[in-house]
Design a protein around this ligand. Sequence first.
Ligand SMILES: [Mg+2]
Length: 267
Amino acid sequence: MKLRMLFNLILSCSVFLGAEIRECNDVAEVLTLADSETLVIFDIDNTLIEPTQVLGSDQWFNYMLQNRQNNGQAYESALKEIIPLWMQIQQVTEVKTCETSTTFVVEELQRKGIHTIGLTSRSIPMAYRTIDQLKSVGIEFTKTAPHVHDFWVPLDQLQVFKAYNEPAYYLKGILFSGCNDKGELLLQFFKLTGYLPSKVIFLDDKQNHLVAVEKKLRLKEFTNFTGLRYNVCDEQVKNFDCSIADIQLNYLKKILSDEHARALLSR
Ligand SMILES: [Mg+2]
């Protein structure tokens, strides 16, 4: 009962402040919420796109990270090993949209002239490949991004993750945060471009990123914010099968012998 009262209190505070984070199981919901004064922000992995197989997925990445930590490896050290492998997979993997309507929804927002950008934890080395992956499913943020020119966000303006010390990058309508706080980066985007929408909608499958953005916006007294915790990929994350991913990883590492290659040629 006390929990229920606490929940209602938190809910009423959110409504009072005008900001809200809630669950979302259909990307098309943004079409009913966004208007011409809105900036719609999309996370990328498990929100817009996912690999066509489990290898290289967000859930695979987290499994690899957890697995190494369970075996005693430090978080930073594990991350340093897995990121290059994840990047290698991204270079070759095909992707699909998380819902069949995803591309239509982004295009429909753009057709209405509504500002849209991407905001991803992917880091700078993955920027061009990410743009190609999105293009392969028909998504291009340049169409209605509120700022045209690409730019770096300097290190001294961000809370940088110690082990990586990486700046952030804005390229073709996408903010690549790397290990930086998404909320902090969004504020820097507004500051560096001079652009400030009346309303922000942010779709992300990770609650912590939604909270980070909501928190930073609230600090600047920007409360016209709707965070949508996108849960369409939750089932896949829950049912992740590491044995399938392990086999796929073994094949990725496998180089064909000359004999095998000749055999294939002679078919
Ligand atoms: Mg994501």
